[in-house]
Design a protein around this ligand. Structure first.
Ligand code: GLN
Length: 486
C-alpha cells in the first residue's frame, strides 16, 4: 500500500466497496513513519489511537454506513495545533510536557470527516523559521536529499506528505510556513485567506497573520481537505462568515480567459535561474491553455521583509508572554523568587531564535519606539495591501516563484538570520495582505530538487487558485515522488 499513489476520494470509494481496509492504509503509514524516522518528521506518533480509529472506519464500511468524505485518509498535524490529551510542544522545550484539555477546530473537523490523525509533526519552535532547524526536537531532513532542509516552519508536515507517511497534513502559515516547505519538499501547500479557517486551538504566533491550511500530494486532495476545515467557527471571532465554495467541484473548470498577473518585482535579483526558468515555463503552459498573461507591478514588495519582521515579532512578543512556568509546561527549579522563576523558565525553555524575536518585538512595541517601528509598519502594510487591490483590478490570479532557491543545505543559513529571513521574500506579502496563496511543484532542478510555483488570489477566492493549480498540474503531468531515501 503506497500512500503517495492514493487520492483521498479513491481511498474513500475503495474502502466503501470493501476493496481496501483503512487499517491496512494506517499500518502502511505507521510503517513508513518508523522506517523513515531519521527524517525526524514527527514529534509524537499516535499509533494505537490511529489504528483504533481505522478499525472504527472499517466497521462502519462493513455495516454499509455512508462514509464521511475523508474516511480513512491518514492526516498529520503540525505540533502547534492542540488535540485533547495529546502532547503538544510547538517545537519548544517550554511545552515539552503540555497535554491540552481541548482540540483545535480544524483537527476536530478532520476527525468528524473520517480522517485518521496519525501524529503531530515537527516544526520550528513556535513556527519561527524557514528550515525546521529551530526545533527543540532536532531538525527535519528533506527526503529528496537528506543533507538538505525541507523548508519551514511546517517542515515535518511537508515531509510527512512528500515521503508517504501521511496522505495529507495541516500546517500553519504566518509568513510562508506552509507554502515554502511545500515548495522545497515537492508537495502542494495552501495558505487560505486570513479568516477562512478557524484558528481555535492553534498556538498563536502573529495573530494578524496566522492561518491554518492543508498539505497534499495533489491539488484535488488539498481542495478536499480545505472544504472540510474552512468556515465560520463561533470559537474564533476572527473566522469569517463568507460562504465556503465547493472547491473540489471548481477545480474541473478550465482556465481559458483567466487573467494571470506576473509581478515583475518577483523575478529580479536573488532568484535562482533554474527556479525562474521552471516558473516561466509554467506561465507559458497557462497561456497555451488559453489564459491571458498580464504584466503587473507590486511596487511595495521591497518593504515586505522589514515590515513582516516587525509586525510578526511584535505580535509574537505579546503572544509568548503567557509562557511563564506557572500555567503550562516547563518550570525552572531552584528559583527563590517569583521573578527569578519566570526569567529562568523563559531562559531555559525558549531557544535562541524565539528569544531574538521576543527581544526584537518587545523593542518595537516599547514606549517611544512604537510609532517609529510598529506604527510605521502598519502603514506600510496598508500600502502592500493596496498593491494587491490594484493588481486584482487587472488580473484574477498572480503567479510567482514560491521561494528564491530549491532546498538549501542543513546549517547553511543558521549563522545568519537575515539570510534565513530572505527565504520568505515571495510568501510574506500574502500574509500581510490577508490574501490566499498556494504552492505547487512545477519541476525539478538539474540536481533533482523540487521547484515550487506560487499562485496568489483575491480574498476568499481559493477556488480560482485551486482551479488554476489543478489545470497546471494536469498539463505538467509530472510525478513528484522523491527517490527512495533509506
Ligand atoms: N519563516 C517565517 C518566519 O520565520 C514564517 C514563519 C511562518 O510562517 N510561521 O517568521
Amino acid at each position: 500500500m503506497e500512500l503517495k499513489r492514493l487520492t483521498i476520494s479513491s481511498l474513500h470509494n475503495r474502502i466503501a466497496r470493501g476493496e481496501v481496509k483503512a487499517a491496512d492504509v494506517c499500518r502502511a503509514a505507521l510503517d513508513r513513519i518508523e522506517r523513515l524516522s531519521e527524517l525526524n518528521a514527527f514529534i509524537t506518533v499516535r499509533a494505537d489511537a490511529a489504528m483504533a480509529r481505522a478499525d472504527e472506519i472499517d466497521h462502519a464500511a462493513e455495516r454499509g454506513d455512508k462514509l464521511p468524505p475523508l474516511a480513512g485518509a491518514v492526516i498529520a498535524i503540525k505540533d502547534n495545533m492542540v488535540m485533547r490529551g495529546v502532547r503538544t510542544t510547538a517545537g519548544s522545550r517550554i511545552l515539552f510536557n503540555y497535554k491540552p484539555p481541548y482540540t483545535a477546530t480544524a483537527v476536530d473537523r478532520l476527525e468528524t470527516a473520517g480522517a485518521i490523525i496519525v501524529g503531530k509533526t515537527n516544526l520550528d519552535e513556535f513556527a519561527m523559521g524557514s528550515s525546521t532547524e529551530n526545533s527543540a526536537y532536532g531538525p527535519v531532513r528533506n527526503p529528496w536529499d537528506t543533507t538538505r532542509v525541507p523548508g519551514g516552519s511546517s517542515g515535518g508536515s511537508a515531509v510527512a506528505v512528500a515521503s508517504g507517511m501521511a496522505m495529507g497534513a495541516l500546517g500553519s502559515d504566518t509568513g510562508g510556513s506552509i507554502r515554502q516547505p511545500a515548495s522545497l519538499s515537492g508537495v502542494v501547500g495552501l495558505k487560505p485567506t486570513y479568516g477562512r479557517v478557524s484558528r481555535y486551538g492553534l498556538i498563536a504566533f502573529g495573530s494578524s497573520l496566522d492561518q491554518i491550511g492543508p498539505f497534499a500530494n495533489s491539488v484535488e486532495d488539498a481542495a478536499r481537505i480545505l472544504g472540510v476545515i474552512a468556515g465560520h467557527d463561533p470559537n474564533d471571532s476572527t473566522s469569517s462568515n463568507v460562504e465556503v465554495d465547493d472547491y473540489v467541484k471548481s477545480i474541473s473548470s478550465d482556465v481559458s480567459g483567466l487573467r494571470v498577473g506576473v509581478p515583475r518585482e518577483y523575478y529580479g535579483e536573488g532568484l535562482d535561474v533554474e527556479v525562474k526558468g521552471k516558473v516561466e515555463a509554467s506561465i507559458m503552459k497557462l497561456q497555451e491553455m488559453g489564459a491571458e498573461i498580464i504584466d503587473i507591478s507590486l511596487p511595495h514588495t521591497e518593504y515586505a521583509i522589514p515590515v513582516y519582521y516587525l509586525i510578526a515579532t511584535a505580535e509574537a512578543s505579546a503572544n509568548l508572554a503567557r509562557y511563564d512556568g506557572v500555567r503550562y509546561g516547563y518550570r525552572a527549579e531552584e528559583a527563590s523568587t517569583l521573578k527569578a522563576m519566570y526569567s529562568r523558565t523563559r531562559d531555559q525553555g525558549f531557544g535562541a531564535e524565539v528569544k531574538r524575536r521576543i527581544m526584537l518585538g518587545t523593542y518595537a512595541l516599547s514606549a517611544g519606539y512604537y510609532d517609529q517601528y510598529y506604527g510605521k509598519s502598519q502603514k506600510v502594510r496598508s500600502l502592500i495591501e493596496g498593491d494587491f487591490r490594484n493588481a486584482f483590478a487587472k488580473c484574477d490570479v498572480i503567479v510567482t516563484p514560491t521561494a528564491p532557491t530549491p532546498a538549501f543545505k542543513l546549517g547553511e543559513k543558521t549563522a545568519d538570520p537575515l539570510e534565513m529571513y530572505l527565504s520568505d521574500i515571495y510568501t510574506i506579502t500574502a500574509n500581510l495582505a490577508g490574501v490566499p496563496g498556494l504552492s505547487m511543484p512545477c519541476g525539478l532542478s538539474s540536481s533533482g530538487l523540487p521547484i515550487g510555483l506560487q499562485l496568489i488570489g483575491k480574498h476568499f477566492d481559493e477556488a480560482t487558485l485551486l482551479r488554476t493549480a489543478h489545470n497546471l498540474e494536469q498539463a505538467l503531468g509530472a510525478d513528484f515522488t522523491p527517490p527512495p531515501v533509506m
